[in-house]
Structure formats: structure tokens, C-alpha cells
Design a protein around this ligand. Structure first.
Ligand SMILES: Cc1cc2nc3c(=O)[nH]c(=O)nc-3n(C[C@H](O)[C@H](O)[C@H](O)COP(=O)(O)O)c2cc1C
Length: 403
């Protein structure tokens, strides 16, 4: 019975064995998963997830920013049953945190996006898939029935951009997020040092790293060939030539992208539309003006412009300016349930994150992501009770004090 249930959910015997071996019950927080991912992944792949731009200052600040203010709880609030659900960009989610879109997931675990999507579905939250996803739009559309976001890159090849939008409409995706902070590639020095490319290029150094991670290597080489199904019909060489993500941003994306292009994408899409990577108040207002229904306040997890402000530090100003016109999402740096509560107290409608589930995916596939989301959900529930809040909208700036 249990085996059948596992197979129905698409998890193979090997996956179950892997998760048992992985000892993910010992993983109580994101740092635990990060350590496990570091052990499991070849160096170049771990550092692709873990790294950021230049000196990685923004990356560190994204989390540190949450530590510069304190929660002020209320008590005696009758919190035996609480409701952590929220509605963001028209999607009802069971928890106020969702999975940001991230590239290349089958490099991290052979089930890739399918594992993350299924875990997100179990927790009633939204799953975001990247233009650089390794599972197709159609596959994800038929795998889960919970809210789905597609992250769009704006390519020079308009046929490619339009084909992604049309495929998302056909696969009944709910939200389109246009990423606006990758106008050129960030300077990710760890990737330069390791020579990371997608798919992996086999140099002497990288072969050594793969040889010392035989479980990863066996899974990579015995599962379906790596590809980028959103791109492959439009890239002359197919999507199996090794390129760095920086090269992709700099050569395939359209640096002339402007507000009119964003408005045109919104119009073509016609449903819930979000700009991902908004940081200034002026841009937040323009996003509302072109009819976006959400913005992800984000510096791409510190992977693009190092030295840019953290999303949490920038949140209050943006909420004050446009919070009554558009859903504001705080993206990045989240490592604890209390971080989510702090962002919601400032007026974010929801939070989102990438590495918070990616380390867990690398550690143990779907079971890992479920454990990571489960830990965060338990923290959010526990923290809401200790804050004296029965519903998310009871959190307010009265609950927060900056030092
Ligand atoms: C390995 C990795 C790959 C990513 N790929 C994409 C991508 O393809 N498209 C995109 O818009 N953002 C991408 N992001 C950024 C995430 O969507 C998100 O903004 C970021 O991870 C938030 O920071 P956090 O990792 O601290 O939560 C990526 C992030 C990581 C860590």
C-alpha cells in the first residue's frame, strides 16, 4: 500500500532509499540542508546554487536584514486554531511562502522541477518554474493542480518568448512573472572559478569532482538526458551545448527590454502578471500603472547587482507606495518562519525563496523539499501562535520594532 502510494506520486524505490540514506530527519533548518547539499553535489553545482555576485554582500544582507528588527508579541489571544492561508495574485495558498522559480533543477536532483512541484502541491503553495527549467511547461501543467507560476525571460528571439507565453496559456498556468533584473549576467565569481556550465562541461577538474560524488554522477548519467525543454526548439545547437548562465543572459536576452515590452507581455498573457526583480518605489508604481497584479521585490538572491539593497529593507517604502494597488511579495534571504512573519508585518502579501528549497532538493529530492517546507510551515504556525495571531492579516507594523 505504502509502496503503491509512493509509486503513484512518481517516486521510485531508489528515491525512497536515497531519502532514508540521506537522514533528512536530522535536517531541522535550511543550514542543515545546505551542509547536506554540499556533501552530495559536485563542487561546481553546489557553488552555482550557493554563490552570488561579486563579493556576495547583497546575498549576505538579504538574510541579515531580518535581524535588524524584533517581533513584539501579543498574548492571551486564543490561538488553539490558526489559519496561515493567504491570497496572492488571485491564488489561495495554504501558507504565506512559495517556491521562487529557479533554473536547471535536474542538475541538482534527477527529478528536478517535478519533485519541487509535487512537494509544493502537498503543502498547498505555489510552484514557480523557470524559463531555464529542465522539465517542460506541459509536464508541470499535468503533474500538479495547485497554483503554478511561470518565470519568463525576455529573449531577443520574440518567437521564443511568445512560444513560452502560449505554452503557459495552453498548460493553464496561473501567474506569469517577467524577470526584469537580468538585463545582463551578474558577476558570479564562484562559477568563473569552478568553470560551471549547463549542462556540465567535463574538464579534468570537474571530472574529479564528479568522480568523488558517485551517487550524484550515477543518477545524472542514468536518467533522461539533460535538456532545457522551454528553449530547445529555438536554439540552433539544441539545448545540450555547454553554456554559462551568464552567457545566456548576455547573448540571448534582449537588453532593449522596456516598459512597453512589459506591458505588451502582460497584454498577450492576459491573466495574473507579476514583475520579478523590482526594487525602487518608482518602478513599483510603474508596474501598477501597466496593470501588473504583483511585484516580487527581489535582488535575485544577490546573484545580479551586488551592493543592491535587500528586499526586506526596501519593503516598507514599496508597500506604502503601492500596497493598495498591487500585491507586494518579499523574495529572498528567508531562512526562518520569523523572517516570513516580519515581512508580512511590514505589509508583504507573501514571501518567496529559492535556496530554501534547492538545498533540500539536492539533499533528497521530493522528500527533502517536503521536509524543508514542513519545517518552515511548522515554524510559521508556531511563531504565529507565539505572536498571538490567528490569521496572517492580524500581523501589522505594531508587531515590529526596528532597533
Ligand atoms: C540556483 C538558482 C537559480 C535561479 N534561477 C532563476 C531563474 O532561472 N529565473 C529567475 O527569475 N530567478 C532565478 N533565481 C532567483 C530566484 O528566483 C530567487 O529570486 C532567489 O533565489 C531568492 O533568493 P534566496 O535564494 O535567498 O531565497 C535563481 C536562484 C538560484 C539560487
Amino acid at each position: 500500500m505504502a509502496i503503491n502510494a509512493g509509486i503513484q506520486q512518481g517516486r521510485s524505490r531508489r528515491d525512497r532509499e536515497w531519502s532514508r540514506f540521506a537522514g533528512i530527519r536530522q535536517c531541522n533548518n535550511i543550514e542543515d540542508f545546505r551542509s547536506m547539499a554540499r556533501r552530495r553535489l559536485p563542487g561546481p553545482i553546489f557553488h552555482y546554487i550557493d554563490g552570488a555576485a561579486d563579493d556576495e554582500v547583497s546575498y549576505r544582507r538579504n538574510t541579515e536584514a531580518y535581524e535588524r528588527c524584533d517581533l513584539v508579541p501579543n498574548v492571551l489571544a486564543g490561538v488553539e486554531s490558526i489559519d496561515t492561508s493567504i491570497t496572492v495574485m488571485g491564488q489561495k495558498l495554504a501558507m504565506p511562502l512559495f517556491c521562487s522559480p529557479t533554473a536547471l533543477q535536474r542538475l541538482f536532483h534527477h527529478d528536478g522541477e517535478r519533485a519541487v512541484a509535487r512537494a509544493a502541491e502537498k503543502f498547498g503553495t505555489m510552484f514557480g518554474i523557470s524559463s531555464l527549467g529542465t522539465i517542460s511547461i506541459e509536464d508541470i501543467g499535468s503533474t500538479i493542480s495547485t497554483p503554478k507560476l511561470f518565470q519568463l525571460y525576455f529573449h531577443k528571439d520574440r518567437g521564443l518568448t511568445n512560444s513560452m507565453i502560449e505554452r503557459c496559456i495552453a498548460a493553464k498556468f496561473d501567474v506569469l512573472a517577467l524577470t526584469v533584473d537580468t538585463i545582463t549576467g551578474g558577476n558570479r565569481e564562484r562559477d568563473l572559478q569552478t568553470g560551471f556550465t549547463s549542462p556540465p562541461r567535463f574538464t579534468i577538474d570537474s571530472l574529479l569532482s564528479f568522480a568523488t560524488h558517485p551517487v550524484w554522477a550515477a543518477n545524472y548519467f542514468t536518467h533522461k538526458k539533460f535538456e532545457l525543454p522551454q528553449l530547445k526548439d529555438y536554439v540552433k545547437e539544441g539545448s545540450n551545448i555547454s553554456v554559462s548562465v551568464g552567457d545566456y543572459f548576455s547573448t540571448m536576452l534582449d537588453q532593449s527590454m522596456n516598459w512597453q515590452d512589459a506591458a505588451d507581455v502582460r497584454k498577450k498573457w492576459g491573466k495574473q502578471f507579476c514583475l520579478k526583480g523590482i526594487m525602487s518605489v518608482a518602478d513599483a508604481k510603474r508596474a501598477a500603472d501597466i496593470g501588473a497584479t504583483g511585484i516580487m521585490v527581489s535582488n535575485h538572491g544577490g546573484r545580479q547587482l551586488d551592493g543592491s539593497r535587500s528586499p526586506f529593507d526596501q519593503l516598507a517604502e514599496i508597500v506604502d507606495a503601492v500596497g493598495d494597488r498591487i500585491d507586494v511579495i518579499c523574495d529572498g534571504g528567508i531562512a526562518r518562519g520569523t523572517h516570513v512573519l516580519k515581512a508580512l508585518s511590514l505589509g508583504a502579501k507573501a514571501c518567496s525563496g529559492g535556496r530554501l528549497y534547492l538545498y533540500a532538493l539536492a539533499a533528497a529530492g521530493q522528500a527533502g523539499v517536503e521536509r524543508a517546507l514542513g519545517n518552515l510551515r511548522a515554524e510559521i504556525e508556531r511563531d504565529m501562535k507565539m505572536m498571538g495571531c490567528r490569521t496572517v492579516d492580524q500581523l501589522s507594523r505594531d508587531n515590529l520594532k526596528f532597533r
